[in-house]
Write a protein that binds this ligand. Structure first.
Ligand code: CA
Length: 241
């Protein structure tokens, strides 16, 4: 796992009762360098926030035991400095107003892609103390500035389409780790994807072409992306010997 170089990993708490979404959010945040915990009820989430002092809380409003708005108010009272993002299926304007009044820093309506959530977290964290800032991802001679959405191999810029860039960031953030096709689909495209993963193969082929055309020009090899048959892909953390 390649972590941002400076500072401790930010701690994230997901409060979400939906098993699939909760698991995917927790996994996605972990892959992107957050130390992540997951609570399935409001009561557990509040207790967890008091105990473990997360930097970021992703809060679902429709919880089995308490109204999420009440949970948001309690979290804000006990943790005035936490970055609190409400994630919910409710999207009426009044809900947004009530959520923000309850102390949320941001409000995202489901379904939301992980890429969007991460981008919003980065934007909020950037305006906070530097320990939580996002550092460039560096794997071998590849440098990715996630915030600026730029990528360079040995100093030469690699131009990538949106999803190629998101795929590269996901692979690089988990360098050395095998990522399944399903994980990549949910992390890069949407947590609610269904059906074919062909779009993954097409995007991967385009990403490899872009990296290799810059590699040909610079004479510097990009990090190897290994195809794991029947499973997925892994970006190698160390260059080939
Ligand atoms: Ca829910």
């Amino acid at each position: 796992m390649t972590r941002p170089a400076a500072g401790p990993a930010p701690r994230a708490l997901v409060i979400e009762d939906d098993e699939t979404l909760g698991r995917e959010l927790a996994a996605g945040l972990s892959v992107h360098g957050y130390e992540t915990d997951w609570s399935r009820t409001g009561a557990d989430g509040v207790a967890h926030a008091d105990r473990n002092r997360p930097d970021v809380i992703i809060l679902d409003l429709g919880l089995p035991d308490q109204d999420g708005i009440d949970v948001a108010r309690r979290l804000r009272r006990s943790r005035p400095e936490v970055l609190l993002v409400i994630l919910t299926a409710r999207d009426a304007d009044m809900d947004v107003v009530v959520g923000l009044d309850a102390g949320a820093d941001d409000y995202l309506t489901k379904p939301v892609g992980l890429t969007v959530l991460l981008a919003r977290l980065r934007a909020h964290l950037r305006s906070r103390p530097p320990a939580l800032d996002t550092q460039p991802l560096i794997v071998g001679q590849l440098r990715i500035d996630v915030a600026a959405r730029t990528c360079a191999l040995a100093g030469s810029r690699v131009d990538l389409r949106t999803k190629e860039f998101d795929l590269l960031v996901t692979l690089a953030a988990g360098a050395g780790t095998a990522l399944s096709r399903e994980d990549l689909m949910s992390l890069v495209w949407d947590e609610n994807w269904f059906g074919s993963t062909k779009t993954l193969d097409v995007t991967m082929a385009a990403l490899r072409r872009s990296l290799h055309s810059v590699a040909d020009a610079t004479g510097v090899a990009p990090p190897t992306i290994t195809t794991l048959r029947g499973h997925g892909y892994r970006m190698e953390a160390k260059p080939d010997p």
